[in-house]
Each structure stands twice: as C-alpha cells, then as structure tokens.
Write a new protein. Sequence first.
Length: 85
Amino acid sequence: MFFKKKDKKKINEDYIDICALLIHAAKIDENYSQKEEDIIQKTLLLIGARKDQLKNIIIEGEMIEKDSNQILNFTKKVKHMTEDN
C-alpha cells in the first residue's frame, strides 16, 4: 500500500514536469494563450493524467516553469522518464 501511494505521487510529478515543459514551449513566443493551455490539457489527458487532477497539474506546472529560467531542467527530467511513466 505504501509503495502504491509513492508511485502515484511520482506519476503526478511526472505529469507536472511534462506540463512545465509544454508551458515553456508555449511561452517561447511570449504569448501563452487559452488555446495553448487547452492543447496542453488535452495532451496531458492523452498521456494518462486524470481529469480531476488536471487543474492542479497545470497550476503546479505553471509555477515550476515560472521559477525556472532554463528549459534544460525540464528536458533532462522528461528525457530520463521510462515509457511506463
């Protein structure tokens, strides 16, 4: 039981990291629109994020992206994820 909770938390963190990377990519042109956020939400759902967690994933992804000045952190984390994640 303990490991399932830990694994679930890790999965959520992976979605947040992916979300932060997608937000960063969307902000490259300095115009992060609602349409782009909608695309990110759809993408997260397609890769397995739960709809009831989507708002929190987006909020946390935005905070992480805002606090980071380089895309390297996001690409490194996402690059090392397993296919299961």
